[in-house]
Design a protein around this ligand. Structure first.
Ligand SMILES: Cc1ncc(COP(=O)(O)O)c(C=O)c1O
Length: 521
């Protein structure tokens, strides 16, 4: 590892190089493969007595070649790695469209209660009545907050929820006998990539609705594309440009008049909880990212949770399983034939019932906030994003004019023109300043997009420091201090990686270095 060009060294890494390469608490950590030894193990298991091989000679005879570490070494490895990770508990995490919300410790504590954390999906329902009651209650809150009829809790992330909602729409269209003819889904250019991917995955043709200069989807653009072949529109509201769609109700009406369904990508529901109900806007199906809206942990690939709420028209096409109350007991409807005519022909989305731990955290968030608190969380999220917008609007450029945004504010890279600095460079310089970068180059409709979402839980002091830091960076770029950006990050454990090479030639397997030849005797 020594001499690794990507490691932060030299004057920017400190004028006092250390023997170990560590810098006090900033400790470097090699790969498990580099520090582990094949002859070491953290556990000590006796050889079984009278062992009779039963694999007909196919047993492995050589060591498997995985590195072994003692228990303390293992612990240190993962703790050191975790210290190199930037998390929402480390500082402001401005990723737009990914909503890194603070997870209140109360929610974590409740989720760890053994009655919730130790239940098994195959336990008899009589022994998990409390867990089922919690799921039922969470579902009740979700349909109330959205003014929809039914909820499918089981989808495991936003994209999975999209799949569930669109499968319900497909099933409804097939039940109308129009499966062969209604095969087009309208998707605005500004949509998250998961929207067209979902529609295409289940066999729909995707027809784009072009982006307009004001960042909004216009009803006339939708009407132009409507016809007897259109099954649905997938519209995100608030949209990925951080704007509320002002024509959403007219778009819903046009869609319904044409016999199609309105799928709403509800990933940004955290901007409007308690303020607007998607059901009132004409939505037929919408997923809710619990991890964005109701404070459940996000990042690192999960566990996510993306319940889908359905309108009265789509409620009969909800998947199993779902919770039902019968004679004062909670029961899980697991199979279509038990559903009493209200179950999707496609059955279920997941093996079991979804992410119990996320349900507990989400309901804990809801109950601890109350309806006024949830409304205030949305208002504060919007206020915080607008505070950042107002603090930066004179230095950074806003693609759709200086109008109020929702929970996230979108800048483009026009303000970097002629500076030789790119959006990526700004993101890397933010790492040196101790911030996780904002979302970059998304949405695609904006050149060099920088999408910033502070969330509701940031204090004014924290926002002020963030704004001052970005102002300082913006002024540096405009003054021509290119080096601050193009070589960044200078202070991270790793310097700038060759992202193109990493994408084109991903190294997915560790190969042991060639053995060093023994010195001649
Ligand atoms: C607008 C939008 N839609 C859908 C998704 C997909 O959600 P998930 O990452 O939970 O699958 C995201 C995720 O970031 C999003 O921002």
């Amino acid at each position: 590892m020594q001499g690794d060009a990507s490691r932060a060294t030299g004057s920017a890494g400190g004028n006092h190089p250390t023997f170990t390469g560590n810098k006090a608490l900033a400790q470097i950590e090699p790969l498990l493969f580099e520090i582990g030894r094949y002859d070491t193990t953290g556990v000590d298991i006796d050889e079984p007595e009278d062992f009779q091989p039963r694999l007909g000679g196919l047993e492995r005879r050589e060591p498997i070649g995985l590195p072994g570490l003692s228990e303390p070494e293992t612990m240190r490895h993962y703790v050191r790695l975790s210290q190199q990770n930037y998390g929402i508990d480390t500082g402001l995490f401005p990723l737009g469209s990914c909503t890194m919300k603070h997870n209140a410790r109360l929610n974590e504590r409740v989720a760890r209660l053994p009655g919730f954390s130790d239940v098994h999906p195959l336990q008899p329902v009589s022994t998990v009545q409390g867990a089922l009651e919690l799921m039922n209650e969470l579902g009740r809150y979700l349909v109330t907050l959205t003014n929809m009829t039914a909820v499918a809790l089981s989808p495991k992330a936003g994209a999975h929820g999209e799949l569930c909602g669109m499968m319900a729409i497909k099933a409804a269209i097939e039940a109308r006998g129009e499966g062969a003819t209604r095969n087009v889904v309208l998707v605005p250019d500004s949509a998250h990539g998961t929207n067209p991917a979902t529609a295409a995955l289940i066999g729909f043709k995707v027809k784009p609705v072009p982006a307009r200069e004001d960042g909004w989807v216009h009803v006339e653009d939708v009407k132009e594309r409507l016809g007897p072949d259109v099954a649905a529109i997938m519209l995100t509201n608030p949209n990925t440009c951080g704007l509320f769609e002002p024509q959403v109700a007219e778009i819903a009406k046009a869609i319904h008049d044409a016999g199609a369904y309105f799928y709403c990508d509800g990933a940004n529901f955290n901007a409007i909880v308690g303020k607007a109900k998607p059901g009132d806007l004409g939505v037929d199906a919408m997923h809710i990212n619990l991890h964005k809206t109701f404070s459940t942990p996000h990042g690192g690939g999960g566990p996510g949770s993306g319940p889908v709420v359905l309108s009265e028209r789509l409620a009969p096409f909800a998947p199993v399983p779902f919770v039902r109350v019968k004679d004062g007991e909670f029961e899980l409807v697991e199979h279509n034939d038990e559903a009493g005519g209200s179950a999707a022909p496609f059955g279920r989305m997941t093996a079991f019932h979804g992410q119990m731990g996320m349900y507990v955290r989400a309901l804990s968030f809801m109950l601890s906030h109350g309806s006024d608190g949830m409304k205030q969380a949305s208002e504060d999220a919007v206020l915080n994003a607008n505070y950042i917008r107002a603090g930066l609007a004179d230095l950074m450029s806003l693609p759709f004019g200086d109008k109020p945004c929702m929970h996230e504010v979108l800048f483009d890279d026009a303000w970097l023109k002629d500076t030789g600095v790119t959006t990526l460079d700004v993101a890397k310089a933010m790492i040196d300043e101790g911030y996780h970068p904002m979302t970059m180059y998304f949405p695609l409709v904006v050149h060099g997009a920088m999408l910033i979402e502070p969330t509701e839980s940031e204090s004014k002091a924290s926002l002020d420091l963030f704004v001052a830091t970005l102002r300082d960076l913006a002024m540096s770029a405009k003054k021509g201090d290119k080096e601050r950006f193009t070589g960044a990050p200078y202070h991270a454990p790793r310097r700038r990686l060759d992202e193109t090479r990493a994408a084109r030639n991903p190294v997915l397997k560790w190969t042991p270095p060639a053995p060093v030849a023994e010195a001649a005797e």
